[in-house]
Ligand binder design. Structure first.
Ligand code: ZN
Length: 482
């Protein structure tokens, strides 16, 4: 019986990231970009367990922190959309607009939501009466639409993408500010469980969300040395509540505008980050809970022991199912080699092989996808070993992701070093004067963007801006952004 892989391994992820990414999406059948509208994709069954699990994890965290689910229409009246002036300036060129229905021009054009502040706030003003209604913390998980003019790429940059948004309102400024901390904690806990590494960054003032006072973002690292923003949280102050005239009666009977915040999680991008961060030449690598199955049993029948192999495979399946594992016994007609290839490509964390040796020896051969290592596990230790592996695989993936991220950060002390490190594709740490002109010059010279200040560490800048020599205000991180 041949055991050769039906197809050659994928290209090298570090050397040929673009080819690797296109090829892994194709072979894993996660999504299909051949749908008839450019920039829109179809999510196929192999992607949906990941999508659902990412949603579930965020939703669990959100509900645990007092958020309630809602579901708003996809269309926003243009009159709502234009109410916050900075917001419309930032989004106007990116929106899809519905102008016609039933063959007639609509009286008012409708915006397909690019984000839902301007949908939520008119309703908040109807729902909010007194300070006892606050805090009001709402979320929805939906698809949003943005007319991207840059080249689109499945999951990374699309014109429709899955996300979760919260819209929170508070009576007091301090409570809204505390919500930003809570949002950062929610994202951190989920991304830790997804074994992703990330920088938590406060964006520069000229680079914040349209209409926000402060913006914070999670940046993950791609192997092509670009960073990918996977989630953001914004402190909106009273900007939106004033623009939409949302008020509540305070304890003294006065009308006040609430302070508001919003968190946006790019679910499509989070999925991309998992594929890209953990994947290798043999396909997806995933922690338990994300692939189509967690454990797959592959019987390797030989003539003299076929019945015994069959019987043992079924017994192992029953034991693992009873122990609560998501297990599949692959007794299809494919060859074992074909099965290995397929389940490795889909990132199934553990494969169990049952053949002649295993039947005779009272053990199984266990293959773990993250290290591609094999080990013999006695039949009576299997459940215990799988429980251990569930934790071990997550830990291993998380450690590797962080090592890669931290290993690519290098400090530049002056202009020459900055140019050189940008040429090498590093994430650059540098002291910065805070001026937009300086950031623009750096972008022109190197293609690098100032992502902002890290909020998860305290850092003292040098005296001078690494680029222009003016007094430095803070330490910032620079990278090419996807
Ligand atoms: Zn400067």
């Amino acid at each position: 019986m041949t055991m050769t892989a039906p197809e050659a391994p994928l290209p090298d992820k570090e050397e040929e990231f673009g080819r690797w990414y296109d090829e892994i999406l194709k072979r894993t059948e996660l999504v299909d970009a051949r749908y008839g509208v450019k920039g829109f994709i179809v999510y196929r069954p192999n992607a949906m367990r990941m999508v659902k699990r990412i949603y579930e994890m965020f939703e669990e965290e959100l509900e645990r922190t007092g958020h309630m689910p809602v579901l708003f229409p996809v269309v926003i009246p243009y009159s709502y959309f234009k109410m916050e002036s900075e917001h419309i300036k930032g989004f106007e060129k990116q929106v899809y607009m519905v102008g016609e229905a039933g063959g007639e021009e609509l009286e008012e054009r409708l915006v397909l939501r690019p984000t839902s502040e301007t949908a939520f706030y008119p309703m908040l003003s109807l729902w909010m009466h007194s300070h006892t209604d606050l805090p009001m913390k709402l979320y929805q998980g939906v698809e949003v639409y943005r007319y991207e003019t840059k080249a689109t790429r499945p999951l990374l940059r699309a014109r429709g993408f899955l996300w979760i948004e919260t819209h929170d309102a508070f009576a007091r400024k301090e409570d809204a500010e505390r919500q930003i901390e809570e949002d950062l904690g929610i994202a951190r806990r989920v991304y830790d469980e997804l074994a992703l590494a990330f920088l938590v960054i406060e964006r520069e003032p000229y680079d914040k969300f349209p209409g926000a006072e402060n913006s914070y973002a999670y940046d993950a690292l791609l192997p092509n040395r670009h960073v990918l923003q996977i989630a953001t949280t914004h402190y909106l102050g009273q900007n939106f509540s004033r623009a939409f005239d949302v008020t509540f009666l305070d304890e003294h009977g006065g009308h006040e505008h609430p302070y508001t915040t919003c968190l946006g999680v790019g679910v499509s991008r989070t999925l991309a980050a998992m594929v890209i961060t953990h994947g290798d030449r043999y396909g997806l690598v995933l922690p338990f809970g994300f692939s189509v199955h967690d454990v797959v049993i592959v019987p390797i029948p030989y003539h003299d022991v076929e019945g015994e192999v069959d019987e043992k495979s079924k017994r192992v399946e029953e034991i693992l199912r009873a122990a609560g594992f998501d297990v599949l016994l692959d007794d299809s007609d494919r060859t074992p080699g074909d099965k290995y290839y397929r389940w490795e490509m889909l990132g199934v964390p553990v494969r169990i092989e049952v053949g002649r040796m295993e039947v005779r020896g009272g053990y199984v051969t266990l293959f773990r996808r993250d290290t591609r290592g094999r080990e013999k596990v006695p039949d009576d230790k299997l459940v215990e070993r799988l429980e251990e592996l569930e934790r071990e695989i997550s830990r291993n993936l998380r450690r590797k992701a962080w090592e890669r991220l931290e290993g690519s950060i290098v400090t530049a002390r002056n202009r020459d070093e900055l140019v050189e490190l940008a040429r090498l594709g590093k994430i650059i740490r540098a002291s910065f004067c805070g001026r937009k002109e300086c950031a623009d010059e750096i972008k022109d010279a190197t293609g690098y963007e100032i992502r902002g200040r890290r909020v998860d560490v305290d850092e003292e800048p040098d005296e001078r801006c690494a680029w222009c020599g003016a007094p430095a205000k803070r330490v910032v991180y620079l990278a090419k952004a996807y």
